[in-house]
Design a protein around this ligand. Structure first.
Ligand code: GLN
Length: 447
């Protein structure tokens, strides 16, 4: 049924880069056989899932939304993919994304944009726009995204679904094409908090192949979904909710959600994050710096595309000139500049100091509050083409998302109604390091 739904709708939506229908059906048949034989099944047995094309899949091309990786077929599965298969989730295919996960609209894909199921002239958000649109359009029940600076939460908000970024280190990055290695986390997209919780539990866990993987068992969350919020302290990030540039409809729906927390017995207080206004500029130095280093591996020798030239150097230059799109080149240039001798102290090091200040702001807030809340995004979904020529306007989409990436702490976007145009609004809920149980508890109470 899901493959038929993709067939009927994806010509207009463009959520999938590749549908792996035969593999999906073979897995489904195998699950059926095991069930008939009374053999054990995984916790997500038979649940159809859309996988962002940034995770390596053995035998299935992985493009990262870039021409650079065209023709590359990974010889191995990402750990997350292994875990999904072990859980018996059925991978329907690989979804569209901004090239190398750089963007907030999925318009930076080399293979054309994905459209928003709430309006085909609107962006689905990004960079995990393909997975978010697939889940929002009922092409898949679950989706996998990645979040370096909002790329799960922002598209979830725009597509009216739940998206969650786990604590840094809880989900393995092995087999995830690296963007900003100190920020990247894989996480769930789903239509309900409970579905997101179960997908999070299936993918989280220690992995010796990821050097930053947390050794302790990941916190379980499914047992927290019906606890309510009585007695919890909910901190409202006032400067985010009341800030300039937040749409009236977004502010109204988020304010109502906060009132519901209070009605359900939570204690609601205002919190200040004094350095939060510097999180976005710091992110846009740190993420490109790490990207400029990570993307040096795409040299025409090791992966995918090669454009020949008279010398090895010329071959590499041509390959990178043709293989990367304009936003990726912009990031490589910003990052290379920020890391270069003479500018390192003024930009990269300064950004790292801001990162520490943002971490401390959040730690101070969590000393007093169980969770923090804010809008997930300043606006609802915007039009295709509206921001493609204005990188700064595009970057501002993630202004509320990046503090949790800089701090490595978990955060979630939850649909809380619609604006005057009928477009979904997302509330962001944030929690301290390894605070997944209270994060899901608070989100489930509002659903
Ligand atoms: N929109 C942000 C960027 O372009 C975040 C991307 C992401 O989280 N992968 O960098």
């Amino acid at each position: 049924a899901h493959l038929a739904r993709i067939d009927a709708t994806d010509g207009a939506l463009g959520a999938f880069l590749r549908v792996t229908g035969e593999d999906a059906l073979a897995h489904a048949v195998d699950i059926d056989r095991r069930r008939e034989e009374g053999r054990p099944l995984g916790p997500l047995a038979g649940v159809p899932l859309a996988l962002k094309d940034i995770l390596a899949t053995r035998g299935t091309p992985t493009t990262c939304g870039s021409r650079m990786l065209e023709g590359w077929t990974p010889p191995y599965d990402a750990t997350v993919v292994e875990r999904l298969r072990a859980a018996d989730a059925i991978v329907l295919g690989k979804t569209n994304m901004d090239e190398f996960a750089m963007g907030s609209s999925t318009e930076n894909s080399a293979f054309g944009p994905t459209r928003n199921p709430w309006g085909l002239d609107l962006v689905p958000g990004g960079s995990s726009g393909g997975s978010a649109a697939a889940v929002g359009a009922f092409q898949a029940t679950l989706g996998i995204g990645t979040d370096t600076g909002g790329s799960i939460r922002q598209p979830a908000a725009f597509c009216g679904i739940v998206g969650m970024k786990p604590t840094y280190g809880l989900v393995s990055r092995y087999g995830l094409v690296a963007f900003g290695s100190s920020l990247d986390q894989v996480g769930p997209l789903a239509r309900t908090v409970g579905d997101a919780a179960r997908l999070y539990e299936a993918i989280a866990g220690h992995d010796p192949r990821d050097a930053t993987s947390i050794h302790e068992a990941p916190p379980t969350v499914a047992d927290r979904l019906d606890r309510g919020v009585a007695g919890l302290r909910v901190g409202v990030v006032r400067s985010f909710l009341d800030g300039d540039g937040v749409d009236a409809g977004v502010r109204a729906r988020c304010a109502e959600a906060i009132e519901r927390f209070e009605a359900l017995g939570a204690e609601v207080v205002d919190v200040a994050l004094p350095h939060a206004d510097r999180a976005l500029p710091a992110y846009y130095l740190i993420a490109p710096s790490e990207a400029s280093s990570n993307l040096s591996r795409f040299d025409g020798v090791r992966y995918g595309l090669r454009v020949d030239g008279p010398t090895a150097e010329e071959m590499m230059a041509r390959t990178r000139a043709e293989g990367f799109g304009p936003e990726v080149k912009r990031r490589i240039m910003i990052g290379t500049y920020a890391l270069s001798a003479g500018y390192y102290d003024a930009y990269y090091l300064q950004a790292q100091k801001v990162r520490t200040l943002v971490q401390r702001d959040l730690a101070t807030a969590y000393a007093d509050c169980d969770v923090l809340v804010s809008p997930a995004t300043p606006s609802t979904a915007f039009g295709i083409g509206d921001k493609v020529d204005d990188p700064l306007a595009m970057y501002l989409n993630d202004v509320f998302a990046v503090p949790s990436n800089l701090a490595g702490t978990p955060a979630l976007s939850l649909p809380v109604g619609h604006d005057a145009d009928g477009l979904p609004v997302g509330l962001q809920i944030m929690a301290p390091h390894l605070g997944e149980p209270v994060l899901f508890q608070a989100a489930a109470a509002l659903e």
